[in-house]
Design a protein around this ligand. Structure first.
Ligand code: SME
Length: 137
């Protein structure tokens, strides 16, 4: 239990650091997969509260990444049909899977209030962040 508290606190700090330092990272959070029930569960996050604390695999951008094991960059959420809207202020999104020993255990999810802000550098950076997070498991 103690190690879990510590890990969640670290994840919370990572979310806060990212949101504080990157102007277009407006909502930053982690979702974790339950492979038995095929659902994602919201972990530590910063930004607006969301109703979407549990997301079935396949549903929305997050649910699609749970199945594809690939980064998903959405320049304009209005152009996506399999998308779960959290807030009308959100214009774009990036989701990068979190691998531990090759297994997709969850993801980092970032929402932005601007259109098309995410570059390949964000993808490489968030992959690096997730590699550091993976060392906590
Ligand atoms: N927009 C996401 C849902 C999660 S919220 O962004 C926090 C999606 O389509 O999966």
């Amino acid at each position: 239990a103690d190690t879990n508290t510590t890990r969640d606190e670290k994840l919370q700090h990572i979310c806060q650091l990212l949101q504080d330092n990157i102007s277009y990272y407006n909502w930053v959070g982690f979702y974790f997969a339950n492979h038995e029930t095929k659902t994602l569960h919201l972990g530590p996050y910063v930004g607006a509260e969301t109703d979407h604390t549990v997301i079935p695999f396949g549903k929305g951008i997050c649910g699609q990444v749970a199945e594809s094991n690939a980064n998903f960059v959405v320049p304009d959420v209005a152009a996506q049909d399999n998308y779960i809207a959290c807030s009308f202020t959100v214009k774009s999104e990036i989701v990068v899977p979190l691998f531990v020993n090759g297994k997709n255990i969850g993801q980092i999810d970032i929402d932005s209030h601007v259109i098309d802000p995410f570059t390949v550098e964000d993808e490489r950076f968030l992959e690096f962040v997730n590699e550091q997070v993976a060392t906590l498991y």
